[in-house]
Design a protein around this ligand. Sequence first.
Ligand SMILES: Cc1cc2nc3c(=O)[nH]c(=O)nc-3n(C[C@H](O)[C@H](O)[C@H](O)COP(=O)(O)OP(=O)(O)OC[C@H]3O[C@@H](n4cnc5c(N)ncnc54)[C@H](O)[C@@H]3O)c2cc1C
Length: 446
Amino acid sequence: MGYGNSMSVKSKKKLKRIMRSELCNRCGTCVALSEGKIEFTGREKRYRPKMLEELSDGEADRILNACAGKTFSFPEYREHFYPDPAHFHPYIGPYENIYTGHSTHPGIRLKAGSGGIISSILIYLLEEKMIDGAIVTTMSEDKPWLTKPIIAKTREEILEAAQSKYIITSVNEILAESQGFRGTLAYVGLPGQVQSIRKLQKAGDPTVANIRYIFGPFYGNTLYFSSVRSFIRSYGEKDYRQIRKLWFRYGEWPGNMRVEMKNGRIFELKKFHANYLIPFHILKNSLFCTDFANEFTDLSGGDAWSPKYEERGQGFSIVIPRSRVGLEILENMHRDGWLELSPYTEEESIKMHSHGYDFKKRGSFIRIGMRRIFFRQVPDYGYRLSGFPVSRVLMELLISTLFLLLGTWPSRRMVELLKPAYLGRIFERTRNTWKKSTRSIKRKNL
Ligand SMILES: Cc1cc2nc3c(=O)[nH]c(=O)nc-3n(C[C@H](O)[C@H](O)[C@H](O)COP(=O)(O)OP(=O)(O)OC[C@H]3O[C@@H](n4cnc5c(N)ncnc54)[C@H](O)[C@@H]3O)c2cc1C
C-alpha cells in the first residue's frame, strides 16, 4: 500500500490539529479507518471527530494520507484519474460533456433533489446488475433529525435516500462496513468526501477496492445541525428529539424544507426561503472548499438554476460526466429512455452557476488568504487562483464579516424571534439584489 515509517510520528500531531480545526470536513474516513479509536461526538452540535485512544504510527500515517482536509492536490489527482479528458476548465474541472436534463420516471423525479439523475443512475446500475449496492445518505431511523450513510440494495432504498441533505453528513464512516461488502458498489458523496475516496484509491487501500463508480452533487455549502434546531424554535418547538421526519427538498422542485413533529405539527418553507439559515449556521469548512462542481467524480450533478427551467417546476438538473465510464452510462441511459438530456455549453453552464463558482473559486481563495494573514492553518490544494479585482476582495471582506457576526449565539437567537416565512422573503430579495449588483464583478475573468 505504500505507507512506510518514513511519514513519522508527526502524523498523529498533524491529524489531531486537522480534527480540531476548520479544515476537517467531517467526511468520516478517519472514523472508519480507526477501528473504534476515533468517533464523532456531538452530532447535534459541532459534530467533531474525537480520538478516544492513541493511534499506532501505521494507523496515523494511513489515516492522514486519506484525509483531504489539509492536503489534496487537484493537479496531481486530476493527472492520475483523468489523464486525458475531452475538456478542462479550472472552474468546472475535467469533463467529457455537459447536459441539462431529468429522469423520465415521474416517480423518481418527484422524489429527488432536482432532476433525479443521480438516483436514476444508481437504480439503472443496480437493475442492469452493474453494481450490487450503492453508498448513499439517508435520514436515520433512530434519530430522524440526523443523516446516516447506508448501502442501498434496492430501488426503494435508493429513492428513500434521494434529495439533498443540508446538514453535516459523514458518508465515509460507511467504509468500515462497506469494505466487507461482497459485490461492487457505486458511491455518492460531496467533494471533500469524494476527494478522500480518491486518496484511498490512489494509495491502493483495500477499504475502497469494491467501489467502482463515484457520483456526487454540486456543493455550495452545508449547515450545522443548529440550523434545524433554530428552524423549529422559530415555530415555538424547543426539543429536536420530537422530530418525526425531516426533509430539505420535499415535494416538487425546487422543493421545501419540511419538518413533521411527533405531536402532529408540520412546518414547511420554500427551499429558497430556508436559505435564510445559511449565514447563521454555515459549516466553516464550506468556506474553504474550492470544489463546487464535484470535480473528482465519474459524473456530478447540480440544480439547473435558470428561469427557463424554474418556471416549469418538476425538476431539472445540470449533469457533467467526467470520465469515459460516466459518459457511457449517461449515453446508454439516454438511449434506453431513462433520461431526457440536452447538450449544454461550457459558457452557459458557468453562467448558470456563476454565483457558486464565484463563491468557491474566488471567494474561497480570498478567505484562505485571509486565514494565512492570521497564521491559521490553511488547506493545500496544489493550485491557487488569484489576481481578483480589489472590489471582489472588498466584497469578500463584507461577506465574511457578516458571516462572522450572524454566526454568533446572540444573532442566532434573535433571528428565531422572527417568522421564517418573513425572513425567507427578505433573504431571497436581498440575495437577488446582491446577485444582480455583483453580476459584473463575478463575470469578470470568469
Ligand atoms: C449540501 C449540498 C449542497 C448543494 N449545493 C448546491 C449548489 O450550491 N448549487 C447546485 O446547483 N446544486 C447544489 N447541490 C446539488 C443539488 O441539491 C442536487 O443534489 C443535485 O442537483 C443532484 O440532483 P438529483 O436529483 O440528480 O439527485 P438525487 O437523485 O436527489 O440524489 C442525490 C444523491 O445525493 C446524496 N446526498 C444528498 N445529500 C447528501 C449529502 N449532504 N452528503 C452526501 N450525499 C448526499 C443522496 O443520498 C442521493 O444519493 C447541493 C447538494 C448538497 C447535498
